[in-house]
Design a protein around this ligand. Structure first.
Ligand SMILES: Cc1cc2nc3c(=O)[nH]c(=O)nc-3n(C[C@H](O)[C@H](O)[C@H](O)COP(=O)(O)O)c2cc1C
Length: 259
């Protein structure tokens, strides 16, 4: 005759539940610091990669920390372009748009990139060497076909010449919109100019390939083939974020030597 009874089975199940939930929560607590450190290193790595300050490949956390020493994160008020007293931990480019006190609705006539809302404050990164400004790195949010894409655009101190660009998060189709991650395509951005002589953000992805005879080729990179919607999302978001409704006021201050 079996010695199993319903009471015994339930007791064993309960003990297992308690033991495993204790193990899982202990592991989560023990690893919490490690996870947030890794997330911090990952963010720094993405910023440095987009700016071309490190090469893609195996870079240790120590190398990331070392390279990041010349990067100064500051939180700016988008409307005024002024530095705020907030710290980068106080703002979140992804989630602030969900809160009415942390973001504002974009006027439909200005919402060229279809973003709907923008944060009031955002973290930007000043690249400095011995106190002299070497560049600035801006967060960029773009709407693709399937996903919201998050990346960084690095500019020279003249605020118009691109030093580097890259998304660290996107969900477009590999081989189509996903080509936003293609290193040779991203290399095309380096040296291009975002603004025209009137300081209008005219940079765009051309439908097709940029040729040496194209007028305004200094403001263009190739469009992504078979991915017109993703390409449009990249173009319109760069034009939005670099406009007076995005980082325009901050970039004016950079040009005036205020940073
Ligand atoms: C499975 C599948 C995946 C697609 N992925 C993308 C994409 O990531 N980005 C994009 O812009 N278009 C994508 N498209 C194509 C769009 O539906 C649309 O046809 C295209 O953007 C038009 O671009 P074209 O004028 O260059 O052909 C995809 C289409 C299919 C069938």
């Amino acid at each position: 005759m079996s010695s199993e009874t319903p009471t015994k089975t339930v007791t064993v199940a309960l003990i297992l539940c308690v033991v495993f939930s204790f193990l899982v929560s202990t592991t989560a607590v023990v690893l919490k610091d490690k996870i947030s450190y890794n997330q911090e290193i990952d963010l720094k790595k993405n910023i440095l990669l987009a700016a071309g300050l490190i090469e893609k490949g195996s870079v240790s956390a120590k190398q990331v920390e070392e390279a990041f020493k010349k990067v100064e994160p500051i939180v700016v008020d988008l409307e005024s372009g002024e530095k705020t007293s907030l710290s980068p931990e106080d703002v979140n480019i992804k989630t602030d748009v969900k809160f009415s006190d942390k973001s504002t609705a974009i006027e439909p006539s200005n919402d060229v990139a279809g973003l709907g809302r923008r944060p009031k404050n955002a973290t930007v990164y000043l690249v400095k060497e011995e106190g002299a400004l070497q560049g600035v790195i801006l967060p960029i949010v773009s709407k693709g076909l399937w996903s919201t894409m998050y990346g960084f655009l690095a500019l020279a101190p003249d605020t118009k010449t691109v030093k580097g660009f890259g998304y660290y998060e996107q969900g477009e189709t590999p081989g189509l919109g996903g080509e936003v991650d293609n290193p040779s395509w991203k290399n095309q951005w380096v040296g291009k100019e975002i603004f025209n002589t009137e300081w209008e953000p005219v940079f765009k992805l051309k439908k097709g390939s940029v040729s040496s005879s194209d007028e305004g080729k200094e403001h263009m990179v190739d469009g992504l083939s078979g991915a017109t919607i993703t390409s449009e999302g990249v173009t319109t978001s760069i034009q939005y974020w670099l406009s007076q409704n995005g980082f325009g006021p901050f970039l004016t201050k950079i040009r005036n030597g205020e940073y």
